[in-house]
Design a protein around this ligand. Structure first.
Ligand SMILES: Cc1cc2nc3c(=O)[nH]c(=O)nc-3n(C[C@H](O)[C@H](O)[C@H](O)COP(=O)(O)OP(=O)(O)OC[C@H]3O[C@@H](n4cnc5c(N)ncnc54)[C@H](O)[C@@H]3O)c2cc1C
Length: 454
């Protein structure tokens, strides 16, 4: 992004947020995210406003001056969404106040920079729960979760972030602070603008605060672990859970390769094979009943399955580290975030090792099987150009397969920059045109996180 008259813009931004909150040049941590693969952007400065009003003023200065704005939360995104391509990085980290908390009404209003982990702790302290649980919650921020419409294992039962937002405060171009919705739990007046901003990856506006719904935390949780002799048998067991009418809270899968490479440290004995983890939650009685039903459904029809009940807390801690353990095998991985209809899950999971083999790589899948959402990956050290090129070619086949199976190339991580330009792969031209028209209406100068989510 070409920027004229850099210094006057920075001086104006300093006037808005204070000199110590304009970091020019920006420290390295503002130029990358968790995508890896050496993805690193450039920016004039990182700007750290201290309030929603200052955030609006920053956007106004940039919009007037023709400077691109890349909103940034915790930087845990894995599609390059927060990686700037010139302009300024607008970090929400100082907007970290809890504006109100009404545990008896199951609601909380937080600013965008509150971390997901802190929100979970606050809710838990009052016997409540904010269900979306993306894996890097100690670092990710609620604004980032909203901007990506984040999911996580418990999205299977509780849904993704959008479901939990009743009110949103955001800065729209050319720098106006707006409040959409509020504490009312229902609202269908007008188009769903909250839904439009949720998942928009900072390309339509900057989230400054949100009013969120909470639910009472379940009294008990049990994780049932089942191992199958084949990936297909494990996928069929996912369908059996649904078919049995059990309301599992989460259903996670590690295909046989992922389980073999990253099974160490699992809290329980693991036989070789594909691993399915299913959680039962609820009151003590409900959770126990669901657990027993899960054990029965997972064992049914497959003599090869070994089913045991793992320590829920330890199992989720182990699951949280899975991505890092798999990346460590070869020094990195090219991971995608596809989803397919549940009855095509086995076709996807079986195809990934095959695609990998064709390109001389280890291909595997793990992730939120209950939602048909797999983090299918090719293990590769990104500093090896030849093998990395092979991984990119394998990834093309994977994305095409997800669409062919009736699924999506982006189930929860977003499009960012690494999947930019691919909407037409899964949407008809009319839908892509509508998408572009919305962007043009809300960001006529194309300055809000340019090059992303398109
Ligand atoms: C180990 C690991 C596990 C993960 N597991 C999951 C998972 O299970 N489910 C899941 O959904 N994701 C997962 N993720 C991805 C990531 O954590 C989520 O996408 C998360 O919501 C990003 O939040 P963030 O605050 O870090 O956002 P960032 O990475 O800072 O930004 C992400 C995008 O949101 C935009 N953005 C950030 N804040 C704002 C704001 N206030 N206003 C407007 N736009 C904004 C950015 O411009 C960017 O486009 C995982 C990541 C890691 C590293």
């Amino acid at each position: 992004m070409a920027v004229q008259e850099t210094s006057p813009i920075l001086a104006e931004l300093e006037r808005v947020v204070g000199g110590e909150h304009v970091l020019a040049p920006p420290p390295a941590q503002y130029l990358s995210d968790e995508t890896g693969r050496g993805l690193r952007g450039t920016a004039l400065a990182a700007v750290l406003p201290g309030s929603a009003e200052e955030t609006a003023a920053v956007v106004a200065v940039c919009y007037e001056g023709g400077v691109a704005v890349t909103p940034r939360g915790g930087g845990t995104g894995v599609v390059g969404g927060a990686v700037p391509d010139g302009g300024v990085v607008l970090s929400l980290e100082r907007l970290n106040r809890v504006r109100s908390f009404d545990p008896l009404l199951w609601r909380i209003e937080v600013e965008a920079g509150v971390t997901t982990g802190r929100l979970h702790e606050l809710a838990a302290g009052s016997g409540l729960m904010f269900p979306p649980d993306p894996g890097a919650s100690e670092q990710s921020q609620i604004g980032g979760n909203i901007a990506t419409n984040a999911g996580g294992p418990h999205a299977f039962r509780y849904g993704v972030t959008r479901r939990w937002i009743t009110g949103l405060e955001a800065v729209l171009a050319p720098g106006r602070l707006v409040r959409l919705g509020g504490a009312a739990r229902k609202d269908v007046a007008g188009y769903d603008l909250i839904g439009l901003l949720t998942g928009s990856e900072g390309t339509l506006g900057v989230v400054t605060a949100a009013t969120l719904r909470l639910v009472p935390a379940p009294e008990a949780r049990h994780v049932v672990a089942a191992v199958y002799g084949s990936d297909r048998a494990a996928c069929e067991a996912v369908e059996r859970i649904l078919g049995s009418g059990i309301e599992a809270a989460a259903v996670e899968l590690l295909d046989a390769t992922a389980a073999r490479l990253a099974g160490r440290g699992f809290p329980g004995e693991l036989a070789p094979g594909a691993l399915l983890l299913a959680e039962a939650d609820g009151s003590e009685a409900e959770a126990a009943e669901r657990r027993d039903a899960l054990v029965e459904a997972l064992a049914e029809g497959s003599a090869a399955a070994t089913v045991e009940v793992a320590d829920a807390r330890a199992a989720w801690r182990w699951r949280d580290e899975l991505s890092f353990r798999l990346a460590a095998v070869e020094g990195g991985k090219l991971s995608e975030d596809v989803a397919v209809p549940l009855d095509r899950l086995a076709d996807l999971v079986e195809a990934v090792p095959e695609i990998g083999r064709r390109h001389g790589l280890t291909g595997l899948s793990f992730g939120h099987a209950g939602d048909g959402n797999m983090h299918s990956s090719f293990l590769v050290d990104p500093s090896d150009p030849e093998r990395f090129a092979a991984a990119l070619a394998a990834r093309e086949e994977l994305l095409a397969l997800a669409v062919e199976l009736g699924g999506t190339i982006a189930a929860e991580h977003g499009v960012g920059s690494v999947k930019s330009g691919r909407l037409g792969d899964q949407w008809p031209p009319e839908a892509v045109a509508a998408h572009r028209a919305i962007k043009a209406a809300l960001d006529p100068k194309g300055l809000l996180n340019p090059g992303k989510k398109q």
